[in-house]
Design a protein around this ligand. Structure first.
Ligand code: BV8
Ligand code: ZN
Length: 243
């Protein structure tokens, strides 16, 4: 692994444009449950059933219970060495962008600046009537929070399954993926679309891809570099040699 790491570091050092695609796996060591792991949100909390517009229309209070539970959990955790290393790498690379599927806000907390949150942010709420978007870091918003300006029902400002992503945000992520020379793909099972296709966009545009994951994923066969292990261990080792 060390030889591969040294080769990848040399490539990173020479690169002007680097993109990173992150998924739940980068926050796992912070204590945030992933979606498909043993403690996964999909297995144990039916996230697939709750994170949908239909569920919210049917039972908004239940959906808010799910999101308040996640807000409370994430309000008690912080970024880990993998998030921190990416914030450091951003200072070493002229053109650096993180495209994250995560809604936990931990990249921002770790000091990263150029972040595209393609699935939204758990700390933002959106009014379903006047569409105002506000940041609110209180862990528990109650089961039917209302908009301060128009009294309309609030929803989490995240992209649910079956909902289209914000097309401007998605276009930015596609452009970054097509223009980067190197893409690190960290802690994502590569199952959710259209996020998963960003790695292939980068690959088809000629980028060198490196995957960091506990195991192999459906993306592994496209990767030029594969580093198996914990993100909190591998990412800092890749970055510290770049300074
Ligand atoms: C869309 C925000 C179309 C919400 C999320 C059938 C029915 C309905 C929809 C579909 C369907 N088939 C396909 C679809 C499309 C669907 C989709 O892709 N479904 C999948 C499940 C098949 N996609 C959508 O619905 C998207 N929208 O397609 O719209 C459209 C177009 C026009 C008009 C209308 C509609 C929207 C998808 C966004 C959903 N929102 N999040 C919330 O969080 O509450 S997705 C959510 O799940 C995450 O954001 C993330 O994207 C995804 C989970 O994936 P990962 O991040 O990869 O996490 P996972 O647990 O799977 O993997 C973790 C990885 O980390 C593993 O590989 C593991 O090994 C590794 N790991 C673990 N620990 C570590 C580690 N690695 C390193 N170190 C560690 N320590
Ligand atoms: Zn409103």
């Amino acid at each position: 692994m060390e030889e591969k790491m040294a080769a990848f570091r040399e490539l990173l050092k020479k690169s002007e444009r680097v993109a990173v695609l992150t998924g739940a796996g980068i926050s796992a060591e912070s204590g945030v449950p992933t979606f498909r792991g043993d403690d996964g949100l999909w297995q144990n909390y039916r996230a697939m059933d709750l994170a949908t517009p239909q569920a919210f229309a049917r039972d908004p209070e239940l959906v808010w219970q799910f999101y308040n539970w996640r807000r409370d959990l994430i309000s008690k955790v912080t970024y880990n060495p993998a998030h921190k290393a990416l914030a450091e790498l951003e200072n070493l690379v002229p053109n650096f962008t993180i495209i994250t599927q995560n809604v936990d806000g931990l990249h921002l907390l770790a000091g990263s600046r150029n972040i595209i949150e393609i699935h939204g942010n758990l700390w933002k709420v959106r009014c379903t009537r006047c569409h105002a978007i506000t940041m609110d870091r209180s862990p528990d918003l109650g089961n039917s929070p209302k908009c301060r300006s128009c009294g309309g029902p609030l929803r989490p400002h995240v992209v649910w399954f079956g909902e289209s992503l914000d097309l401007d945000i998605l276009q930015r992520a596609v452009d970054v993926s097509r223009q980067c020379q190197v893409m690190l793909v960290i802690g994502t099972s590569g199952l959710v679309q259209p996020a998963a296709s960003l790695a292939l966009e980068a690959k088809s545009a000629g980028a060198v891809l490196a995957e960091i994951d506990l195991g192999s994923t459906p993306h592994s066969r496209f990767m030029d570099f594969g580093f198996q292990g914990k993100a909190g261990d591998i990412v800092p080792r890749l970055v510290e040699g770049c300074a």
